[in-house]
Design a protein around this ligand. Structure first.
Ligand code: HGY
Ligand code: MN
Ligand code: MN
Length: 413
């Protein structure tokens, strides 16, 4: 197991070097120089492990081990390799690395699958550059249309396809994938919370993933001189945004049932210390285990917006993402639990408060997820850390599960 663990540590260490903020966490935005560096590393490893490498028209990366069955659907194993700004090195890459090492175990043990095994590295799950998130998986499943993909631009006005070409990707490659080519999707992810560590359990078998929605809200007032404009003659876009955002925690708490609401991004224009803000643009992220709670909070958000519009502020809200809560496939959950027991690896059931590509793939195929503990429950920050031994545990569980899902036989029989 130790050389598996040391290979995992090397992958994570190498990938963590591809960051725009060295010394201050992982910042690897989609189609950036750091994306290119990580992509080249993963392509090299996929080839070293005997996989046939392909990219699609979104820049998602696939490494395929063909099966004995012709034109059969693949078992996909992987996760995303983009990051939030100043995030951690495990959020996403832990799942891609786990997929890589499952493929390595197939090769090392000369396992010939009946159904193909594909390792997948997905783009723009975080939405840190183009907004919304889950972009790579939504593109593959068709939830994000090619037309809407092309319309997306980053904060500098660079479009997705322009950014792709800039790092040598080909947006004309096939985008949407026929769901009939996918047999199952497995994803390892760090828990990003405190439960597994507090329970001292190395594996969480995910039962369900919360529903989530994200809005971008724009408030427009009137710029003016901070010194000469009387307080009763202002239309201050930042004050209005602040008054709205300050009410979000109580909206979530009133809704209860673990509902959460977050503003993570706020831009102020023109952003001068002595200028009354003309415009603010901020995000709203709402999540809950039940869809009715999300709908209730969306309704209250719209009522709040309407009340400020009546005050004469121009406010627009663009919904960038909406995902219903998802339940993982029961058969795959059972396979993952059985494999954990057979390997004598303690596990528990767990639900996910974070969104994952698995929730998108669950619309088109059978999906299963494993979690491993996050140190101090921290994630989306430079302190994010997980134990490579836990990743190695997950690799073994996925290896046993993937052999069943691909109906593999070992050549040395
Ligand atoms: O936001 C999330 O839940 C994930 O980290 N993209
Ligand atoms: Mn993630
Ligand atoms: Mn994340």
């Amino acid at each position: 197991m130790e050389n598996l663990q040391s290979r995992i540590e090397e992958h994570i260490e190498k990938l963590s070097q591809f960051t725009a903020t060295p010394g201050n966490g992982t910042t690897r935005l989609t189609y950036s120089k750091e994306d290119r560096q990580a992509r080249d590393y993963l392509i090299g490893k996929m080839k070293e492990y005997g996989l046939v490498v392909r990219e699609d028209g979104f820049g998602n990366l696939f490494g395929k081990l063909d099966g004995t069955l012709k034109d059969a659907p693949s078992v996909l194993i992987g996760s995303h390799f983009d990051s939030v700004p100043n995030g951690g090195p495990y959020d996403g890459p832990a799942g891609v690395v786990a997929g890589l090492e499952v493929a390595a175990l197939f090769a090392k043990n000369q396992i010939k699958p009946k159904y193909p095994l594909e390792i997948i590295a997905l783009i723009e799950e975080e939405g840190a550059r183009f907004g919304g998130g889950l972009m790579g998986s939504r593109g593959i499943t068709g939830l994000l249309s090619e037309e809407n993909f092309k319309k997306l631009k980053d904060n500098e006005g660079v479009s997705t396809e322009e950014a792709m070409v800039k790092i040598g990707l080909d947006p004309t490659l096939p985008k949407k994938r026929d769901p009939k080519t996918i047999k199952a999707f497995l994803e390892l992810h760090i828990e990003q919370g405190p439960i597994l560590e507090e329970k001292n359990i190395p594996i969480g078998v995910v039962e369900a993933i919360v529903g989530l929605t994200q809005f971008e809200i724009t408030v427009e007032g009137q710029a003016g001189h901070a010194g000469t404009t009387p307080m009763d003659r202002r239309a201050d876009a930042l004050v209005t945004a602040a008054q709205m955002i300050a009410q979000f925690p109580s909206l979530a708490i009133e809704e209860g049932a673990g509902t959460v609401m977050t503003t993570g991004q706020l831009h102020v224009f023109p952003n001068g210390a002595n200028v009354i803000p003309k415009k603010t643009v901020f995000t709203v992220d709402i999540r809950s285990g039940k869809e009715e709670h999300i709908q209730n909070v969306i309704r209250k958000l719209n009522e709040l917006i309407e009340s400020y519009r009546l005050d004469g502020m121009k406010i627009t809200a663009e919904q960038q993402l909406y995902m219903q809560p998802k339940v993982m496939n029961r058969e795959i959950v059972a396979l993952l639990k059985q494999a954990s027991s057979d390997l004598e690896t303690p596990y528990c059931s767990i639900n996910s408060g974070a969104g994952h590509d698995a929730m998108v793939f669950s619309d088109v195929t059978d999906v299963g997820m494993l979690f491993i503990p996050s140190k101090d429950g921290l994630s989306h920050c430079p302190e994010e850390w997980s134990d490579s031994m836990h990743i190695a545990n997950a690799v073994q569980i996925f290896f046993e599960t993937a052999k069943k899902l691909t109906e593999a036989s070992s050549n040395d029989q």
